[in-house]
Design a protein around this ligand. Structure first.
Ligand SMILES: C[S@@+](CC[C@H](N)C(=O)[O-])C[C@H]1O[C@@H](n2cnc3c(N)ncnc32)[C@H](O)[C@@H]1O
Length: 350
């Protein structure tokens, strides 16, 4: 029987599980209410039950029959929309309380430890103490941390809130693997992918990998999945063609200015920096700084997946809007892998 087994509640497409598995932990069960995400999970993480269902229906009786053994860890990212600093925050949003189901399941299964991850909005709203206390009450020593994905080799400035609890030991926290001057840039992340016009697709690489990150993402792959650029109207393509690498809509001439959008809509990623947090609107120039640094279009799903550090062998299923949401929702696998290594390392515990 493997040690360091875990179950993933709110698993989504499996970014968190994938990274933890790469670090050496063993997933034994996953649950998510979204069938597209579970289909993606099953495709990429076979060998154990991944169920499409509501966490509220995971009763004690059901757990007895469906979870094959007491897991060492329970991990999960309850939905983040209610806390998100991108969306509108709302304390009374019912989705903000789903962590209570997570806590109920931890209390029932009594794993050695748990990991609860969420977006940074959680900290802004001072839920930190409330969440930590709720787990202390059921016997866990809780460590809270804000982790920056770029510190762990992800080409993206995304921060996640992590609560790590254990029954017997104190987690010392994640150490950054990289300094800011070593961060992986957008060019190092996606610069090898075939050039596309809006509306075009590519299914094969057409140039060798040029950076260590590109080699890491390609592994042995020869075919590309999800590298399809959305169509944009010609006047929009002309408008964004005026924006330089790393620039914004102030470079668009007045007569071509889009009528709507926020201050960071119609902005190009900077090729020499990590990306800003990837969102589900990555394909639309009106999304949050998601125009390709050198091409006149939004990002493809594969480019978004690369910026989240999903390897090219990780395939997403469902319609493209769904695939993009699965990518954007995920814990970057390299961050999850770094977390997993720390969980397994005795030096990270006191
Ligand atoms: C932030 S995403 C999790 C991302 C995931 N940890 C990853 O790394 O890919 C939150 C997930 O919670 C799921 N979810 C929302 N409400 C749920 C519920 N009541 N029961 C189970 N899953 C739910 C959503 O479908 C979504 O996939």
């Amino acid at each position: 029987m493997p040690d360091d087994t875990f179950i993933d509640l709110f698993s989504g497409a499996g970014g968190l599980t994938f990274g933890l598995q790469r670090a050496g932990l063993t997933p034994i069960y996953a649950l998510d209410a979204w069938s597209d995400a579970i289909d993606t999970y099953r495709l990429n993480l076979p060998g154990h039950t991944a169920e499409c269902g509501d966490v509220a229906d995971l009763t004690a009786n059901k757990m007895k029959s469906i979870i094959p053994q007491r897991p060492n860890w329970v991990v999960g990212g309850p939905p983040c929309q209610g806390y998100s600093t991108v969306g509108k925050r709302n304390r009374n949003d019912q989705r903000n309380r789903l962590f209570e189901h997570f806590r109920r399941i931890v209390q029932y299964l009594e794993p050695d430890g748990f990991v609860l991850e969420n977006v940074l909005g959680l900290k802004d709203m001072s839920y930190e103490q409330e969440v930590a206390e709720a787990f202390r009450e059921i016997g866990y020593r809780v460590r809270f941390q804000v982790a920056s994905a770029a510190d762990h080799g992800v080409p993206q400035l995304r921060r996640r809130v992590l609560f790590v609890g254990h029954r017997e030991a104190d987690f010392k926290g994640l150490d950054p693997l990289l300094q800011a001057d070593q961060y992986v840039s957008v060019e190092q992340a996606i610069g090898d992918l075939p050039k596309l016009q809006p509306g075009e697709s590519a299914t094969m690489y057409d140039a060798p990998a040029k950076s260590d990150f590109q080699r890491l993402m390609r592994e042995e792959m020869i075919e590309l999945q999800g590298h399809t650029a959305s169509k944009h109207p010609p006047h929009l393509v002309e408008a964004i063609s005026h924006i330089p690498d790393g620039g914004n809509r102030t470079s668009i001439p007045d007569h071509l200015q889009p009528k709507s959008g926020f201050h960071n809509s119609y902005s190009r990623l900077a090729s020499w920096l990590p990306a800003v947090a990837v969102t589900q609107n990555m394909g639309k120039p009106s999304g949050t700084r998601c125009i390709h640094p050198k091409q006149d279009r939004g990002l493809t799903t594969r480019e978004g997946a690369r910026l989240q550090s999903f390897p090219d062998s990780f395939f997403f299923t469902g319609p493209s809007t769904s695939q993009r949401l699965q990518v954007a929702n995920a814990v970057p696998p390299l961050l999850a892998e770094s977390l997993g290594r720390s969980l397994l390392d005795p030096d990270h515990w006191a």
